[in-house]
Design a protein around this ligand. Structure first.
Ligand SMILES: CC(C)(COP(=O)(O)OP(=O)(O)OC[C@H]1O[C@@H](n2cnc3c(N)ncnc32)[C@H](O)[C@@H]1OP(=O)(O)O)[C@@H](O)C(=O)NCCC(=O)NCCS
Length: 149
């Protein structure tokens, strides 16, 4: 997409959007780290406009407890509020899944916020199972996609 560049990010480059959008009680800094951010195989992706990160998503190796084919978990997916509904989230996920396919990952899952379920559904992810509460973060459902087909 014109003017936007998809790339790998350092974990620390995700912190500003994580703090601004997902975890507003946090300040930009190490408090925005996930314990698995530096795990072997962890991949952080972003979309930049003029060098500024406007969309982030982290793909972390974690097998879903009930489906061993879903070996990566998407966490901390966010698009800057002023850049939403322009296709950036789609661009990030498509780029990330292409990279994961190269390393033989077969499926990705996420605990998706209720407000974002429609986004995953538009990208043809499955939405399944019950609604559950994640402490301090509200209602979620499982979303997942196979990427080896
Ligand atoms: C959810 C989020 C990442 C989507 O990012 P985005 O860059 O706006 O997404 P896109 O523009 O690529 O949207 C792709 C498609 O999904 C649709 N869509 C986007 N957000 C949606 C939502 N919340 N509900 C329903 N549909 C949505 C778009 O309209 C578009 O549809 P189209 O295929 O008909 O054009 C963004 O709204 C966000 O950061 N929300 C706040 C944080 C959050 O909830 N993150 C997810 C945590 S699980």
């Amino acid at each position: 997409m014109k003017g936007y560049e998809f790339s790998r990010l350092l974990p620390s480059e995700t912190w500003p959007l994580r703090a601004a959008i997902l975890w507003p009680e946090k300040e930009v800094g190490p408090g925005c780290e996930l314990d698995v951010d530096a795990a072997e195989g962890a991949l952080h992706f972003g979309i930049k406009q003029d060098g500024l990160v406007v969309c982030v998503g982290s793909f972390l190796p974690q097998v879903h407890p009930e489906n061993s084919e879903l070996t990566y978990r998407l966490r901390a997916m966010a698009t800057s509020a002023s850049h939403r509904k322009k296709g950036l989230g789609r661009m990030l996920i498509q780029g990330a899944l292409a990279e994961l396919m190269k390393v033989q990952v077969k499926g990705v899952w996420a605990d998706a916020r209720h407000a974002a379920l429609g986004f995953y559904a538009r990208l043809d992810w499955e939405v399944s199972g019950p609604t559950y509460e994640v402490t301090n973060r509200g209602l979620h459902r499982l979303v997942w996609v196979r990427i080896d087909e």
